[in-house]
Design a protein around this ligand. Structure first.
Ligand code: NAD
Ligand code: GLY
Length: 366
């Protein structure tokens, strides 16, 4: 077994380990260690499968010659995170004859991880899923914590389940083929951890901006490990989002509304929508006296330094975005619920936010 650069333990009722380092997709012993039975389904997307699926397949077969392994490839992109494609993964499990001890390997970004994880959560009421994230966003966020889902036209991630992975193997060498735009999208979620729980990390990110954007291996590995440590700690304490886990949704109420209103196709991707959403949430917080306008401006400057968008895309009406927010999972019957900001390293859940204040944030010129 190769030495990983780092491991992060996730505690709680269903503990697992996150391995972070280059070359992990070739580590058959580590991959096979997660197997309980004789069936494995490797799920990937049409961009990632040609790059990495053969390697995972070969590593697993070498380590476990008895394994019955099938591959299921879904077209790439958020627009493909659908109930129909979820059904395709289920059909692939059925065709494989996957038993209750089977394992799904989710190789790709958050779209693959969420959809394959949801299929694993549903097949025979729950089989193992091992997350093999290949985007920065998936390494620092979606592969950890057990949220799985698909989108429906009415809203993002509205159909899903909590289903923690059996293990996460983040092969950092895969980031070398990631398009720069997707790297920046992942950095938005990294900035989120600094914003909500770790002011020192925010300063570190500011100081290492160029190295991170250049894809520096050491800087990225540090950013991934620190982000995963935060996500691991929060999700171990609050796996089902009864409380503090909701803080991880900073920027997401606005962001998800933008993604849904765009129809999940063209426009901002998830990380970019979260970047815009964080700034809008920071401004809403300043309007409500929870953060300073200076902190909101500093956040805007940091997002811009990381090459991230800070404005709602033209053509999306504030009223339409507001209507989307009523269907956000954070919203409750009584009113709009936001994760608001108290400045670097601190955030809070605020219920019953006035519609007018949210609309004002959406209408602010950048
Ligand atoms: P994604 O899965 O669509 O990946 C982005 C693009 O990069 C895709 O085109 C993909 O094919 C490509 N790609 C992936 N890895 C690559 C590589 N190594 N080399 C070249 N191309 C590669 O998007 P994402 O940003 O990874 O994930 C976004 C999704 O994650 C959203 O659906 C979001 O809702 C979800 N999410 C879930 C959670 C959670 O807790 N479950 C948290 C955050 C985000
Ligand atoms: N990405 C938010 C969460 O996992 O809770």
């Amino acid at each position: 077994m190769k030495d990983s650069l780092a491991t992060v333990e996730v505690g709680g009722a269903a503990p697992y380990r996150i391995h972070i380092g280059p070359g992990l997709l070739d580590d058959g012993a580590l991959l096979a260690k997660t197997l309980r039975g004789r069936h494995a389904l490797l799920v990937s997307d049409s961009h990632v499968a040609p790059l990495y699926a053969d390697r995972v397949d070969a590593a697993l077969r070498a380590a476990q010659p008895e394994l019955r392994i099938a591959r299921h490839v879904v077209p790439a992109g958020e627009a493909e995170k659908t109930l129909a494609n979820f059904g395709g993964v289920i059909e692939a499990l059925a065709a494989l004859g996957a038993t209750r001890d089977a394992c799904v390997y989710a190789l790709g970004g958050g779209v693959t991880g969420d959809m394959a994880g949801f299929a694993a959560a549903c097949w025979m009421r729950g089989i193992d899923v091992v997350q093999l994230p290949t985007t920065l966003l998936a390494m620092v966020d979606s592969s950890v914590g057990g949220k799985t889902a698909v989108d429906i036209p009415q809203g993002k991630n509205l159909v899903g389940a909590f289903h923690p992975p059996r293990a996460v193997l983040a092969d950092t060498a895969t980031l070398r083929t990631l398009p720069p735009r997707e790297l920046r999208a992942g950095l938005a979620e990294v900035i989120k951890y600094g914003a909500i729980v770790d002011a020192d990390f925010l300063r570190w990110l500011d100081a290492h901006c160029e190295a991170l954007l250049a894809g520096d291996d050491a800087a990225l590995a540090q950013a991934i490990a620190r982000s995963c440590a935060h996500k691991a700690a929060i999700t171990a304490r609050d796996p089902f989002e009864h409380g503090e886990r909701a803080l991880l949704n900073f920027g997401h109420t606005f962001g998800h509304a933008i993604e849904a209103e765009q129809g999940y196709a063209d426009g901002l991707n998830h990380g970019e929508a979260v970047a815009v959403g964080m700034l809008l949430a920071a401004r809403l917080s300043a309007t409500l006296g929870l953060a300073s306008w200076g902190d909101a401006e500093a956040l805007r400057a940091l997002l811009l330094r990381f090459g991230l968008p800070v404005a709602v895309p033209a053509g999306l009406a504030p009223e339409a975005l507001l209507a989307r927010m009523w269907l956000d999972k954070k919203t409750q019957a009584s009113g709009l619920r936001f994760i608001l900001w108290n400045g670097p390293g601190a955030a809070q859940i605020v219920a019953d936010v006035a519609e007018g204040a949210a609309l004002a944030a959406l209408r602010t010129e950048t």
